[in-house]
Design a protein around this ligand. Structure first.
Ligand SMILES: Nc1ncnc2c1ncn2[C@@H]1O[C@H](COP(=O)(O)OP(=O)(O)OP(=O)(O)O)[C@@H](O)[C@H]1O
Ligand SMILES: [Mg+2]
Length: 496
């Protein structure tokens, strides 16, 4: 049997960058293929070529044993390919059924609302999607919205589904459910391309993996025959273990961040003190107040009660800029909306906070020479892979966009750091780099609030661990002989 998909000798360049350099890739029906590789290695580009979003410079694609030359996603969908994007294209005020009818070929008239609702119910049952056709999108979790996109693909008879980092902002239970849905799709004979930086889930669900490195094929393996260490090595040329902070190797400094009874919408009575040289890891299932806490600390969410002290300053009502002046650095989870101006260059984004002060500039005037040298340094130091400082940030790979924010925020020698999902979308090497940076800042005396749904990272770098559930802190423990069962109970909101 010929493969479901065959990509042959795909080349796609952007100026001097060879994003895809002669790539061959096959996917069988009933196979889940993991597409792996470092940030900027060319994964999304290859899938955009397949989906008709980017024309290749050269190469051939065969799909269902016929040549495929998709000039747009519309062509790809018609051929039986679906791509599930990270930012869903759903109308929030409408129901599941209404959304599906909206983009239905031939218009909604052909298929009546009631019939469609019935189709949805059946498909939902068959693939374990657990979707109510009458549910309004605005009432659905991220994971459920993603399933609406998957449902759309199923109802349009897609034979191949492309999932580009679908798990990065899902809660752990939703990740497990998504992997189950992928297995159902596989058992129905669908082919799936799964892009993820999270090796455990890749090993859990994939049949085979293909690894890209700097735009080239770097390796291929059956999952049954490969370990996590081998996989990491294939991706970055070395194994990248987690670092570990050790206690007592440095002195605690002065009080840097003091939070007392902090309340806001979705957040109730958060209290903790953080000294210089301390990392407080905040664990928890996503959606339990972590975003609210990060925003309240950064000055982006109105505080309804309580106080926040940064150093000696009362920051409770201070603006974002005033908090930055007090020494706070903020790494938001949603970098593309709150931390980057995508239409601006790497240079502009790196200098966003410094452009008005010496030595880079005074008032609105920037001293480009000093600034450019600094921006180049930061690019090298933080391994931001871009052709130059004048490159537009929106054209960087997802992980490299994240590195721009990290470089800007952490290089300013902050005294306090609030990091929320700092390694979201980063490959294992870059993840390790961020954790090392946190440890280095801790050594330099910064106080760090490290909010993450990755328990492994929390355990790796924290001095203390707090667990959030239902907008409050359910429990706190020093990071020493941690009782994981207890952490799990706190996460589930049970105070046992
Ligand atoms: N529209 C574009 N214009 C210019 N360069 C681009 C564009 N899209 C991608 N690139 C470049 O192509 C290379 C590959 O990027 P791609 O987004 O495919 O990486 P990726 O493997 O998906 O990375 P990540 O894991 O960070 O998402 C990068 O160097 C990127 O800067
Ligand atoms: Mg990508």
């Amino acid at each position: 049997m010929p493969p479901l998909l065959e990509m042959l000798g795909i080349v796609r360049t952007f100026g001097a960058v060879r994003a895809n350099d002669n790539i061959n890739l096959t996917v069988q029906s009933g196979e889940i293929l993991g597409l792996l590789g470092e940030n900027g290695s060319g994964k999304s580009t290859l899938m955009k070529v397949l989906y008709g979003m980017l024309p290749p410079d050269s190469g051939d694609i065969r799909f269902r044993d016929a040549p495929l030359d998709a000039k747009s996603p519309f062509d790809a969908i018609k051929a039986g390919i679906a791509m599930i994007h990270q930012h869903f294209m759903l109308v929030e005020a409408m129901t599941v059924t209404e959304n599906i009818l909206l983009g239905w070929p031939g218009g909604g008239q052909v298929l009546k609302h009631k019939q469609m609702a019935e189709h949805i119910r059946q498909a939902s049952r068959r693939f374990g999607l657990d979707l109510d056709p009458d549910a309004r999108i605005s009432a659905l979790s991220l994971g459920r919205r993603q399933r609406v996109e998957i449902l759309k693909a199923i109802l349009r008879d897609a034979e191949l589904l492309i999932l580009d980092e679908p798990t990065s902002n899902l809660a752990p239970t939703e990740v497990r459910e998504l992997l189950d849905i992928m297995r159902r799709l596989r058992s129905e004979g669908k082919g799936i391309v799964f892009i993820s930086h999270k090796l455990p889930e890749v090993l859990d669900v994939c049949d085979r993996v293909v690894v890209l490195r700097a735009g080239k094929l770097a390796g291929e393996a059956a999952v049954a025959s490969i370990s996590r260490e081998q996989l990491a090595e294939m991706m970055v040329g070395r194994n990248v273990p987690m670092p570990r902070v050790t206690e007592g190797e440095h002195r605690r400094g002065a009080l840097r961040l003091s939070v007392r009874g902090l309340s806001a919408t979705g957040l109730s009575a958060i209290t903790f003190d953080l000294r210089g040289g301390e990392i407080l890891g905040i664990a928890g299932v996503d959606g339990n107040g972590q975003l609210e806490l990060a925003e309240a600390l950064a000055g982006l969410r109105p505080v309804t009660d309580g106080i926040v002290l940064i150093g000696d300053h009362d920051a409770t009502q201070a603006s974002v800029t005033a908090r930055v002046e007090m020494g706070l650095a903020y790494l938001p989870a949603d970098r593309s909306h709150t931390a980057l101006v995508k239409a601006m260059t790497v240079f502009d984004n790196l200098m966003l906070r410094d452009s008005r002060r010496p030595p880079y500039g005074t008032r609105a005037l920037l001293t480009p020479k000093t600034g450019v040298a600094r921006a180049r340094d930061l690019m090298a130091q933080y391994d931001i892979r871009a052709p130059g400082v004048d490159f537009v940030v929106g054209q960087l790979s997802g992980g490299n966009q994240q590195k721009v924010v990290i470089a800007r925020e952490l290089s300013r020698a902050p005294t306090a750091v609030v990091a929320h999902q700092a390694t979201w979308g980063l490959d294992p090497g870059a993840t390790r780099f961020v954790l090392d940076q946190m440890i280095a800042l801790r050594q330099q005396g910064a106080a760090i609030v490290y909010i993450s749904s990755e328990l492994e990272e929390i355990l790796s770098i924290s001095d203390r661990i707090a667990v959030m559930a239902g907008g409050a802190i359910a429990g706190v423990t020093p990071n020493r002989n941690v009782d994981l069962r207890q952490i799990g109970l706190w996460m589930s909101g049970r105070h046992a």
